[in-house]
Write a protein that binds this ligand. Structure first.
Ligand code: TRP
Length: 322
């Protein structure tokens, strides 16, 4: 890992290489069902599109979670304690954490993200706006092993994982990922996590099919990215965004569907598609409070508090490592 001090904050880089993208996309398209790992959504353009998704009127999770954070920040401070170190895997634009910083007054803030340039500018923004705060950004794939040896020993790590990103793991993988967070936080450490609830299917359907087409553009950007970085020749106009709620599995499924018979080349590898063939790009699992609590307990957490909005759309959980 390379470590650099940049104006006002520390930066470490252990992000995946384009060779990983090449290998994973070729593997993912070579077996059925075809998949592309969702972590590759988040290049510069993808990170920008994702922020725009969060502002779409149909996408209720962001604004609902923000109002929960605003409303309950004093309770969160009590649970986090007076000397906490806030660690945020998949920090993106670092916007939500701003709602916590002045009240929680953590000793250190550690944003972790796969999108390096995006992380640098977001971390620089936090360092500039909170001069009293020690910021240590790490560019990394959060599903790989992350070592945070620079966290001061006396501080209580509190993991902050908003956005219902936990729903993007299959439940077994979610338990494994939560167990990693528990490991980083250590006994007595905290986890503040946002979880999207099961609800009326129409609301879910619309949230992932915004009328502005931003989610569609975000999904299709995976193919654009492969064209940009891997010399692939996806005809992006011949694929369509498809998102639908699978009630048996309790998840929104996101696909890219080929609209015609076509062959795609990626550096000498050929992939044939018929009209209607899918590339499965992402799942977003929805959990009742009970279902999520059970997962978190399997990962070694004890539930402390759950806050939800009056419409019951979204929950914010605070848990502690048992
Ligand atoms: N964590 C977000 C969610 O599942 C991620 C997300 C929102 C997303 N919209 C998306 C991922 C569209 C892929 C495509 O709600």
């Amino acid at each position: 890992m390379t470590k650099t001090a940049i104006a006002g904050y520390m930066f470490s880089n252990e992000s995946p290489e384009s060779a990983d993208f090449y290998r994973e996309i070729v593997d993912g398209l070579s077996t059925l069902p075809r998949t592309i790992p969702p972590k590759y959504f988040y290049d510069e353009e993808g990170s920008r599109l994702f922020e725009s998704i969060c502002e779409q009127p149909e996408y209720y999770p962001t604004r609902t979670e923000i109002s929960l954070l605003e409303k309950h920040v004093d309770d969160i401070r009590v649970l986090a304690g007076s000397d906490c170190c806030l660690v945020e895997p998949g920090s993106g634009s670092c916007e939500k954490v701003r709602l916590l910083l002045d009240t929680l007054r953590p000793t250190v803030y550690v944003p972790l993200d796969i999108s390096c340039e995006h992380l640098k500018s977001a971390a620089a923004g936090i360092a500039a706006d909170y001069p009293w705060l020690d910021v240590h950004a790490v560019c990394t794939d959060i599903t790989s092993e992350v070592s945070l040896s620079f966290i001061p020993a006396q501080a209580t790590p509190v993991m902050f994982y908003p956005g219902s990103s936990i729903g993007n793991f299959d439940p077994e993988d979610a338990v494994e990922f939560l167990a990693c967070l528990a490991q980083i936080a250590g006994r007595g450490g905290g986890l503040l996590i946002g979880v999207d609830r099961k609800k009326d299917h129409e609301i879910l359907q619309q949230a992932y099919n915004d009328a502005g087409g931003v989610t569609a553009a975000f999904n299709l950007n995976l193919l654009e990215r492969a064209n940009r970085e891997l010399d692939a020749d996806f005809n992006v106009d011949a694929f369509e965004h498809f998102a639908s709620y699978n009630s048996a599995a309790g998840r929104i499924e996101m696909h890219l569907i080929s609209t015609r018979k076509q062959t795609v080349n990626i550096d000498g590898h050929c992939f044939d598609f018929n009209a209607g063939d899918s590339i499965h790009t992402e799942n977003s699992y929805k959990y009742t409070d009970e279902e999520f609590t059970t997962l978190a307990e399997q990962a070694g957490f004890t539930p402390c508090e759950i806050w939800s909005d009056s419409d019951g759309l979204f929950s914010l959980h605070f848990l502690r490592v048992s």
